[in-house]
Design a binder for this molecule. Structure first.
Ligand code: DC
Length: 220
């Protein structure tokens, strides 16, 4: 393996990209960067401050005046928002439902781009999100687009929620994922796209371990 590598991974919700990225980072001794957590942290702050999420100027100002840090501990990535641990809070349904307001704001994305590129500058990272292979790190050493069928993604999400002790309404779950897909794919700025030169992996029917092995088989 080369001395410093950068791996960029994109894909829709439920494609397995977070689980796979985490394991790959651990196995290869790389830094894991969850960019979705950054958008989630900003969303939480905007909600807590009672900012009108339709007001893009306010969101951009907020992004410029917020410190987001991902630190790594034995138990996993800890998300710090202005120094406060918000690792659990950013996974709440309200945050998930509102994150698109921040994700569609051009100025917010510009701010995140700077921060994410700065983190990746030193190399030896696995960065995952929606625009990593296309916008943030188009020159990454390895670029992957992870996908899975809609039904499989719903199934995985259900399992994840159940494991976290949450109650699941099947029809609501499908609707939520469909809505998130639509928002990620159709926003004007940096929508989710397959980069032309990304390796596409469809993990339908694969276990996380099989998906990890498939990704790692491409990394020299
Ligand atoms: O990966 P996630 O589901 O935690 O991401 C939450 C939201 O953040 C996702 O619906 C879209 C947005 N996002 C984004 O726009 N760009 C990224 N690079 C990562 C996430």
């Amino acid at each position: 393996m080369r001395s410093k590598i950068t791996i960029a991974i994109d894909g829709p919700a439920g494609s397995g990209k977070s689980s796979v990225s985490k394991i790959i980072a651990k196995r290869l001794g790389l830094l894991y960067v969850d960019t979705g957590a950054m958008y989630r942290a900003l969303t939480l702050k905007a909600m807590e401050k009672g900012i009108n999420l339709e007001e893009e100027i306010m969101l951009v100002e907020l992004a410029h005046n917020t410190e987001i840090e991902l630190t790594h501990r034995e138990e996993g990535t800890i998300v710090l928002l202005d120094g406060q641990d918000v690792t659990e809070k950013i996974r709440e349904t309200d945050v998930t439902n509102n994150v698109f307001y921040l994700a569609r704001a051009e100025g917010v994305r510009e701010c995140m781009k700077k921060l994410q590129r700065k983190i990746a500058e030193k190399g030896n990272v696995v960065m995952e999100g929606r625009d990593i292979t296309t916008v943030i790190l188009p020159d990454a050493d390895y670029k992957f687009y992870l996908d899975a069928s809609f039904d499989e993604r719903v199934k995985r999400r259900r399992k994840e929620l159940e494991q976290n002790g949450r109650q699941v309404v099947e029809s609501g779950l499908s609707k939520d994922i469909k809505m998130r897909d639509k928002k990620d794919l159709t926003r004007k700025i940096a929508p989710l796209r397959k980069a032309k030169d990304a390796i596409v992996i469809d993990s339908t029917g694969m276990s996380v371990e099989e998906e990890v092995e498939t990704v790692i088989s491409y990394i020299k």
